[in-house]
Design a protein around this ligand. Structure first.
Ligand SMILES: [Ca+2]
Length: 254
């Protein structure tokens, strides 16, 4: 419900007014009595609740991109990719994945990779469809060597929230495909997006592949205030679909 953030926005303002009233320009309660842990916790909850669902989703993704930057190893394996921007087109190359976890009874997986641009505000779903690699059968070390093009522009790529989202899946014939891992690449860092790196584009051979450690949805995300706020919006279809999708992004070895 779109009215909910508006309601909390007023509640947030009310909290500030109430605090100022009780403080009464130094005549009333002291700062120590007013600015308690509980006050800040309440303020934080209201601050989240007055934020729109789309903004919360962007904040969630920003956290995931940051987590990717800080990650050096992963029990889910790695994905080797390369991306660059040139002539209003973003090229994304997917080379291989290594040390994926087995998700099939035979001790292997049938991996493929989905690639999409986020967030939706910058890359509307009507114009930016998810693309995906071929399925590589019965392997935990698939070679993909596929190239994807996304028509885009510098303005979109330079948005601080813009990123490439890679999702590794295990293809299954009878049951639903299984999640095997996800990885994020900040678009503002991609060669060709910042003016300074234009030279490197003319020499693509010089662009190295990047090994991204794969991640999954964990308790840390589940317990975060952003996620809990989205989860609390039980009547908001976009929030509920997002929450449900993230919760399914866990990888359990067979
Ligand atoms: Ca399978």
């Amino acid at each position: 419900d779109e009215r909910i953030p508006h309601f909390y926005s007023r509640l947030f303002d009310s909290l500030t007014i109430l605090r100022d009233f009780l403080h009464a320009d130094g005549e009333g309660l002291s700062d120590a009595e007013l600015k308690t842990e509980r006050f800040f916790a309440t303020q934080r909850i209201l601050e989240m609740q007055k934020t729109s669902t789309d903004e919360l989703i962007e904040m969630y993704w920003a956290g995931r991109v940051k987590a990717q930057d800080e990650m050096t190893t992963s029990s889910l394996g790695t994905l080797s990719v390369r991306a660059y921007f040139n002539h209003n087109s973003l090229t994304v190359e997917i080379f291989q994945a290594r040390n994926l976890i087995p998700l099939d009874p035979n001790g292997f997986s049938d991996p493929f990779v989905q690639v999409e641009l986020i967030p939706r505000r910058v890359f509307p779903s009507a114009n930016y469809k998810m693309q995906q690699t071929q399925v590589q059968k019965k392997t935990l070390h698939p070679d993909f060597n596929e190239v994807f093009e996304f028509p885009t522009n510098l303005h979109q790529c330079r948005d601080a929230c813009s990123a490439i989202l890679f999702t590794v899946m295990d293809h299954d014939v009878i049951t639903a495909n299984d999640f095997a891992g996800e990885a994020y690449m900040r678009l503002s860092n991609v060669p060709g997006v910042q003016k300074e790196s234009r030279d490197t584009i003319s020499n693509l051979r010089g662009l190295r592949a990047i090994d991204l450690p794969l991640m999954s949805f964990t308790d840390k995300e589940k317990e975060s205030i952003i996620f809990k706020t989205l989860e609390s919006r039980s009547l908001d279809k976009v929030a509920q679909e997002f929450v449900k999708k993230q919760k399914s992004r866990v990888a359990v070895p067979y």
